[in-house]
Design a protein around this ligand. Sequence first.
Ligand code: ATP
Length: 299
Amino acid sequence: MLKVDKIVKYYGNVKAVDELSFEVKDGEIFGLLGENGAGKTTTFRIIMGLLDATSGTVTLDGKKIDYSVTDQIGFVTEERSLLSKMTVKEQLSFYGALKSMSNDAIDQAISCWLKRFEIEDYLNRKIKELSKGNQQKIQFISAVMNHPKLLILDEPFTGLDPINVKMMKDAIYDLKKEGCSIIFSSHQMEHIEEFCEKLVILVKGKPILNGYLADVKKSYRKRNIHIRGKKIDEKAISKIKGVLEVVKHANEYEVKIKDDSVVPLVFEQIKNAQITKFDVMEPTLNEIFIDKVGESYGK
Ligand code: ATP
């Protein structure tokens, strides 16, 4: 289990991380969200032992992060950190050796992962000759080939087409099943929504929301009503007290309301129209993110 306890990081006078605490249990996927400059990379670097926190502690299975533990942490980022003149085989063998894997274990991992990611033909090709997506796969393999206890994924799907995203997602789920603790960061909220049971949102280094996604959604009172049909009086709906906004999509209206109490009022207004759909939905993580980040800036 990873435990991050009240970490603070100053760069000179800039407070990049401000009292951040969270836990990621074995087999759990945790989302670390924040706008550009919110402090995610700084947090990752502290967790990996590349940067000292000004105060606070990070432990993996109760041990402080030092050289004896860093082998157990895999890291995938959108920036390419590959040695581009090496071949795929040389690169993966190099990383395997750095992680103290035996030659047999390295060979087995290489053949198994290249097969799984359908890139067996690239074994002896130079990294720089590979497409972006295939380079990303090699980076992923480098990070997970020794079955790490902790895997940090920072925008891991950049450059991948939907089929390869699915392939990598399946691999991530398998690592989760093995008990790997996973931290996932992305600006694409649908990935976070799909993957993470727990999350934290950072604004200027400070956690403004922290907990289980299901609880976050439940405690967030706003709802969206999706209405489809004919003769819907959009103006009349928008005048109802508690209606925040009416958005017209291609085939339906989305009525954003302040809480559940507004649902019957909207229903009353449209009940005589020719309605084919009336669905009350929880907000998306994207909406919660924009709202919460906006609130914290007093918008
Ligand atoms: P992004 O989503 O854009 O990658 P981030 O959430 O990863 O952003 P960080 O890179 O951790 O954010 O930056 C957090 C804050 O710390 C920012 O205000 C940034 O300008 C500052 N910062 C980051 N690295 C340094 C550094 N080496 N020296 C001084 N300030 C830094």
